[in-house]
Design a protein. Sequence first.
Length: 118
Amino acid sequence: MAGYRIDRVSEDIRREIAAIMRELKDPRIQGMLTVVNVEVSSDASFAKVYVSAMEGIETAKLAVKGLTSATGYIRREVGKRLRLRKTPELKFVADDSIEKGMGIARMIGDITSDSNEE
């Protein structure tokens, strides 16, 4: 039963962090950033936040530096908005899943355009 709660909390945290990221004014946090996933520990004391960028992994790494410097603010806002008894400590991780997904979509598009030409 506890697994359902952790899943729900991680999805709520993902949604709120995505909204908070749009409000931040740090120049490192720019471009098409996406919170891909949030993994919350079983006791809800830690959360890993995976951030990806359309521009590539280097942009995501730069955004992670900006997000890490704003961790206190983000954690306070998440706790305030979700009214959690215990707000997890946030750790931001750069992820390149969007870049990989775009590459796969491009390859599929190339294959379908080649088969349509024949």
